[in-house]
Design a protein around this ligand. Structure first.
Ligand SMILES: Cc1ncc(COP(=O)(O)O)c(C=O)c1O
Length: 291
């Protein structure tokens, strides 16, 4: 039997209260359901501590503000609410999903006076991919969808609406037997995967797309720091798709994916190399506080 997301035991934090998991519902005429007026976060708790919790919650507050939504809870209150939700569910190693959205006062495109809501759910999610994919590397499709220009959509925040292209890309990739998809951006440059940032290595130097129309992932920022601390050069720049075949090693980063090697993108193959392995270990040591 599949354990669906709406039919589980446990508690969800909903607008200030811990409610029974199955009762954490909204009305069908909620603005966010129709017009994607929501932003969310994806976090991981390792042994009871959420990695970079302040950065995640500041990004949530800032992303909501970008969408014209003032979150009625402070960063400290959100930190506390996450901690209460983990505790209520008896979890120490878990994925955490806060969500901010516009309520059901009005079903018209413009809803400046709608109430703003916050929910926090958490569940165990040990590894995103099976061991075999972690060991051998991910196979990525190349999506036909492109990451939009920052003038077309709020491309740099974690807004639910942007995941429309991610779901389309990911569904198609999985149906063709791939593990995920790489999206190019509106200029035809390499952007990111459907839920993770991309790093490409050539001659010992790491290249990664500059974050002007991608999510500037918290894992991405951590990996750039860890790589530089190891003396590895990291260059953030627009990377034309035509360069893809010139790289030796590729990996993805994200809170859910953590650090995972890529064995192929479309027809291009890559080695599962030492730099990826080293940075995956450095990240694992950091989040598990072994360093
Ligand atoms: C589109 C996209 N890019 C990148 C990331 C990685 O971001 P982070 O490292 O903050 O989890 C995510 C994950 O949330 C994502 O959904």
């Amino acid at each position: 039997m599949v354990l669906t997301m709406d039919d589980r035991d446990g508690y969800i934090w909903l607008d200030g209260q811990l409610v029974d998991w199955r009762s954490a519902n909204v009305h069908i005429l909620t603005h966010a359901m129709h017009y994607a007026s929501s932003v969310f976060e994806g976090e991981r708790a390792y042994n009871g501590v959420v990695f970079e919790q302040d950065k995640h919650h500041q990004r949530l507050i800032d992303g909501a503000a970008f969408m014209g939504m003032k979150v009625p809870w402070s960063l400290e209150q959100i930190n506390q609410a996450v901690s209460d939700t983990l505790k209520a569910n008896g979890l120490v190693d878990a994925y955490v999903r806060p969500l901010v959205w516009r309520g059901a006062e009005r079903i018209s495109v413009s809803a400046p006076d709608a109430t703003i809501h916050l929910a926090i759910a958490t569940w165990p999610w040990p590894k995103y991919f099976p061991d075999e994919v972690i060991k051998n590397g991910m196979r990525l499709d190349i999506s036909k969808w492109r990451r939009p220009s920052p003038e077309t959509a709020p491309a740099t925040i974690k807004a639910a609406g942007l995941y429309m292209i991610c779901t389309l890309s990911s569904n198609e990739a999985l149906s063709k037997g791939y593990n995920d998809a790489l999206l190019l951006d509106y200029r035809g440059d390499i952007s990111e995967a459907t839920g993770a940032n991309i790093f490409l290595i050539r001659d010992g130097v790491i290249h990664t797309p500059d974050p002007h129309c991608i999510l500037n992932g918290i894992t991405r920022q951590t990996i750039i720091r860890l790589a530089r601390e190891r003396g590895i050069e990291v260059i953030e720049r627009p990377i034309p798709f035509e360069e893809l075949g010139s790289f030796d090693e590729v990996f993805l980063t994200g809170t859910a994916y953590e650090v995972i090697g890529v064995s192929s993108i479309g027809d291009h193959s890559f080695t599962m190399g030492d730099t990826t392995r080293q940075l995956a270990k450095d990240y694992d040591d950091l989040v598990n506080r072994r360093v």
